[in-house]
Ligand binder design. Structure first.
Ligand code: HAM
Length: 425
């Protein structure tokens, strides 16, 4: 028989792990709301051209990682590799920029990149991200960094580092590239093949090489922040000033560059030592030219996205626990008549929003009580055939094991009272 497996680079998220995902998603939604972001939802595929134009043709994403396909009319479409280009497209297409000076949007969903799979790196992965469109002030850069840090704190992650850098703008970037090229040009033989290729196409990306031999050599690299133009220097200074007054811990990392070409000025990443080689759980920065590049007016913007797989992986490594989602009550009928009665109770209690399970199987009481333990329920209501005659059942408190008789006509009100009380405390 053929055995079907998930495609390479994708994975199933099974119920035990989904609890962590739901917790992360819920906390992120709360934080976005706290910082006044509104949700936007865009399609999972877009015209290929959007990403070619938006992300930059010399990036790894465009040159080798896109999931492109043709539809039946021969149009080239692409499964989105990231969210920013789509948000900008939607923002322009719906004329949001004409309706408000500042748009603060967040999004979530699967992204697709044909990368070499490894721990924390998948071909289908999930991001939650936010974009501030109309972000004139350096304060906005700091606000999104503050939001990211606040969020990771809220989900209980420890030991994360925020790294920041400035990659300049179209005025100073050519000078930065020249400075790098003149240093690297004499030493090309010491670099790996990838770096030698990037030397021609995208020299800034050389800084991001993970090859240990290249890394040894990079210690001697010139500091690119020296050659920023006056405006970029001032902006970088202002961002750091805001970070300082808001008491946000960060590290200046002159080697931080990003894998997408749209960034100008500030770039940042949140790094964890619990992730192995793929150590960034979150990345972002300013992109002052992308909106114009995609056919809109000149509007500056800043944002970030974090990877859910990586956030959850750190939680697992750091043994962060989240409130469980177990049923509150298990109804345990013994016999057919008791089963009918329990089905009526289940129907009524669920309409009162009490999460419960009913074990309608023909198994005996002790086997059914084992299920109750496994589920971790708070109460079990046992309905035996004998008790049907008295019109009552036994309510067992699974915390202390105590059991008491409760009449059928009192049971619904009693459960409601208990559930309310337990969920208040
Ligand atoms: P990015 O750095 O490419 O930025 O991705 C952001 C985050 O997504 C990464 O830090 C990582 O946690 C996660 N991620 C990326 N690739 C993978 C993968 N193959 N497997 C698992 N997780 C992955 C962006 O995508 C930008 N759009 C962020 C941004 C928003 N910049 C401005 N606004």
């Amino acid at each position: 028989m053929t055995k079907y497996t998930v495609p390479r680079g994708t994975r199933d998220i099974l119920p035990a792990e989904v609890a962590l995902w739901q917790f992360v998603e819920q906390k992120a939604r709360e934080i976005f709301r706290l910082y006044n972001f509104r949700e936007i939802r865009t399609p999972i595929f877009e015209h290929t051209e959007l990403f070619l134009r938006g992300i930059g043709e010399n990036t790894d994403i465009i040159s080798k990682e896109m999931y492109n396909f043709q539809d039946r009319k021969g149009r080239s479409l692409t499964l989105r590799p990231e969210g920013t280009a789509s948000v900008v497209r939607a923002y322009l297409e719906s004329n949001l920029h004409k309706q408000e000076a500042l748009s603060k949007l967040w999004y979530q969903g699967p992204m697709f990149r044909y990368e070499r799979p490894q721990a924390g790196r998948y071909r289908q992965f999930h991001q939650m991200g936010c974009e501030v469109l109309g972000a004139v002030s350096a304060y906005q850069d700091t606000e999104v960094i503050a939001l990211a840090q606040h969020f990771f704190e809220t989900i209980g992650l420890r030991g994360l580092e925020v790294h920041i850098n400035s990659v300049g703008c179209p005025i100073c970037r050519p000078v930065i590239k020249e400075r790098l090229k003149s240093f690297l040009g004499d030493n090309l033989n010491n670099l790996c093949e990838d770096c030698r290729k990037r030397f021609e196409t995208n020299p800034l990306r050389i800084l991001d090489c993970k090859n240990p031999e290249c890394n040894e050599f990079f210690v001697m690299l010139p500091d690119i922040s020296d050659v920023l133009c006056a405006e970029c220097k001032e902006h970088y200074h202002d961002v750091q000033n805001y970070l300082n007054i808001m008491r946000i811990k960060y590290m200046v990392n002159p080697r931080l560059v990003r894998g997408l070409d749209y960034y100008t000025k500030t770039v940042f990443e949140v790094i964890s030592s619990h992730l192995g080689a793929q150590n960034a759980v979150c990345g972002g920065g300013r992109y002052d030219n992308l909106i114009q590049e995609l056919g809109g007016p000149s509007i500056p913007a800043v944002g970030f996205a974090f990877g859910l797989e990586r956030a959850v992986l750190i939680m697992q490594n750091q043994k962060v626990t989240v409130p469980g989602r177990t049923p509150y009550l298990l109804l345990l009928p013994l016999g057919e008549n008791a089963g009918n009665r329990a089905a009526i109770f289940a129907n009524k209690l669920r309409r009162k929003n009490i999460p419960l399970e009913i074990d309608i199987s023909g198994r005996g009481l002790s086997a059914k009580l084992k299920t109750a333990n496994k589920l971790g329920v708070r109460y079990v209501y046992i309905l035996g055939e004998d008790e049907l005659v008295d019109k009552c059942g036994q309510l067992k408190d699974m915390r202390d094991g105590r059991q008491k008789k409760i009449r059928f006509d009192k049971f619904l009100a009693e459960m409601e009272k208990k559930y309310k009380k337990d969920n208040r405390s």
